[in-house]
Ligand binder design. Sequence first.
Ligand code: KG4
Ligand code: ZN
Length: 343
Amino acid sequence: MKILGIESSCDETGIAIYDTKAGLIADQLYSQIELHAQYGGVVPELASRDHVRKIVPLIQQTCDEAGLTLKDLDAVAYTAGPGLVGALLVGACVGKSIAWALDKPAVEVHHMEGHLLAPLLEDDKPEFPFLCLLVSGGHTLLVDVQALGSYKILGDTLDDAAGEAFDKTAKLLGLPYPGGRYIAALAEQGDEKRFKFPRPMLNRPGLDFSFSGLKTATRMTWEKHIVTCSNDAEKNQLQADVAASFQAAVIETLAKKCLRAIEQTGHQQLVVSGGVSANTSLRETLAQMGEVHHFKSFFPSMKYCTDNGAMIAVAGAMRFQHKDIKPHNLIKAYPRWSLEQLS
Ligand code: KG4
Ligand code: ZN
């Protein structure tokens, strides 16, 4: 079966075709980052309008890449939430309309379930059950995954998501949006031991996260030291040291909470997904921790960490096989939607 996947929940238009026998056969991505960078964050109305402009040509390109026409598809899957409502509605309207015109099933996909299943696109893939750390621009979740659709949230963020904390710190340091990868690159030149930032919530039991205290500590340190820099070299070193110290605090917090959850649940597989899973230092830390504590970590390949159509196509294919199909006469988007509601 061939499933078209459509992702439009935020600032990426992602289209892919997943074949349940051959795997991923086409995958196209258009990123709006340049459009939003000048505003320092995503402007929802501009995002919706750009999805409208790009989505149909991108679907055509994806079909061309696969050497297929729309008539060859068996189902259409699209991100129905969570995300920006206007952006979601673009994908939902286009996805439902194509499905209706072809008289084929339409499948609603939860964006975070897409991230959670993205490592299944790899050759070395996890098997149910597993523990999952979802770290994106909007979410920081530890999820006990028993099977497709059986999700128990063990830990959530009380304030900012991990990616959001990276982005806000990048903005503070004068780096472009979205700043996670710029912090990561800068951190390689910095001294992570220069500033000992708080490791949020590690001294308390439980698996929740909080990044607002770390954000404040980072801002106060930056503001205190930047005024003492007398030249560009000093300023650049301070910037790199703050980035490295901040990143070390986030990664140690995420990794230790993962270990706590592994010990609590007894899982031996850890799936890490979402934009922040592209962070090389996080990947290395968890891989090393797994060697010592006997669990194996799985990550999507770099291009499937951040938003993409491939993860929606594979999640859609699995949902389709579970007969999770919605009638054509109802076009819905769910800006807020908990993973646990899928159970
Ligand atoms: O999953 P994603 O594309 O979007 C959401 O669903 O939110 O994640 C985007 C987030 C952004 O906050 C971005 O700064 C962060 O992922 N990110 C990174 C890295 N690459 C992307 N954070 C840390 N290190 C990276 N290398
Ligand atoms: Zn995402």
